[in-house]
Design a protein. Sequence first.
Length: 123
Amino acid sequence: MTLSDLSIKNRVFAVMISAALLVFGGIAYRGLGISQFPELDFPVVSINTVREAASPEIMDYDVTDIIEDAVSSVEGIDYIQSQSLQGSAVTTVFFSASQKYRCRHAGCAECSFIRNESAANRH
C-alpha cells in the first residue's frame, strides 16, 4: 500500500501529516539563525545634477555624457543608467555585486576632482 492509497482511504491521516509538516516547518523556520540570511549590499552610486532652465537635450550633451565618460573608466561597473530631464539629470552607476567599492578617505584625488568639477559647473 502506497502513501497515496493510505491518504485516500484515511483522510484524517493525510490532514494530520500535512498539519505536522506545517508545524515542524514553522519551528525549523524560527530556528534559523541570522547567519542563514545573507546580507546583500548592492553597490550603487547615484549622481544627481541640476542646471537651471536647461532642456533635456542640453543636459544630455553637456552633463550626462561627460559624467558617463568619466565614470565609465572605473573598474567593476556592471552598467550605467542615465536620465536627462528639464533642468536636471540623474546618472546611476551599478557595480558588480562581487566587489565592494568604497572611497578610502575623504581627501582622495578622484573625489576631490569630482567636487571641484561640480563646483566649477555651478557658476
